[in-house]
Ligand binder design. Structure first.
Ligand code: SIN
Length: 283
């Protein structure tokens, strides 16, 4: 395996590996590289759905996403991230990840990591960005680190509760009621979490799912959250990826955020499969 850096802050491309035939020994090595770089890119992969699932399982059990109408018909572990339509309806989540987020942070046990595999990509748009929440934490002023020490934040799947992101048109199908039906109860997680494998501290908030901080008045919490979000989303912490067919990217949800950049012209197809690895309670 050969490794090259993707950006100054995070990410590595791993070449010389065929994900269809990875064995347990190679998977252990990949895990180590993963913990060092937070996101890994594997290019030119030709893997079946079962091979995607099997590779993902080396890192932990898989989640079945709560957006049930966007799951693969025969493999519920696969979330379709796709703008393909059948009978006038999107077959998957068309605008997954359109605000910075960490997958499943709205659950009591959020996701450890996710693996997104590109089957078809648009000529224009459809890029994805990741940012390092280790770097976001490390570069905070000392007094902010002291201020947020021990604080917890509220995470919610329900877009209607989130003043920062609103509800885009495509998400309004079913309205507030749909969100209330499918959203699990809000959860509270530490604002700073310690990565269970590396022991490093990472900020654990996002504009998509974090809706408040449990400390002082609501306004105070909102101001602090705005400050932390603004500090986190800095170019120097970000890796920007232009997809090619056959790319598989795995990322660590415990120490990164990601964003789907969108901008796909009408009529161009972007079709991807995602698996989501189960994780632990953040501490
Ligand atoms: C996601 O948030 O899992 C999807 C990101 C993307 O579609 O670029």
């Amino acid at each position: 395996m050969e490794i090259s850096h993707l950006s100054d802050s995070l990410g590595a491309e791993v070449s010389g590996v065929n994900l269809a035939t990875v064995d347990a020994v190679e998977a252990e090595l990949i895990k180590k590289i993963f913990h060092q770089h937070q996101i890994l890119l594997f290019r030119n992969q030709e893997i079946s759905i079962v091979e995607h699932i099997n590779f993902s399982k080396y890192f932990g059990p898989l989640e079945v996403h709560i957006s049930k109408d966007s799951l693969h018909k025969n493999h519920e572990e696969i979330l379709l991230v796709s703008n393909v339509k059948e009978n006038g309806k999107y077959i998957g989540v068309e605008n997954a990840g359109d605000s910075w987020h960490s997958d499943l942070s709205y659950m009591p046990k959020p996701s450890l990591g996710s693996l997104l595999y590109a089957l078809e990509v648009s000529e224009i748009g459809g890029d994805t960005e990741w940012l390092s929440m280790y770097d976001a934490y490390d570069t905070l002023p000392e007094d902010t680190k002291n201020r947020i020490h021990g604080l917890k934040a509220r995470h919610s799947f329900n877009r209607y509760k989130n003043k920062r992101i609103g509800v885009p048109k495509q998400r309004q199908q079913g309205g507030r009621e749909r969100y209330e039906k499918i959203s699990p109860p809000d959860v509270f997680h530490p604002v700073v979490r310690t990565h269970p494998e590396t022991g490093k501290k990472a900020l654990y908030i996002s504009p998509r799912f974090t809706i408040g901080i449990l400390d002082g008045s609501d306004d105070e919490g909102q101001d602090l959250l705005d400050e932390l979000i603004e500090h986190s989303i800095q170019r120097k912490f970000i890796y920007h990826h232009e997809w090619r067919v056959g790319d598989l990217i795995m990322w660590d949800n415990r120490c990164t955020l990601h964003l789907a950049c969108r901008g796909i012209p009408e009529g161009q197809i972007r079709h991807m499969h995602r698996t989501t690895i189960s994780g632990d309670i953040p501490v």
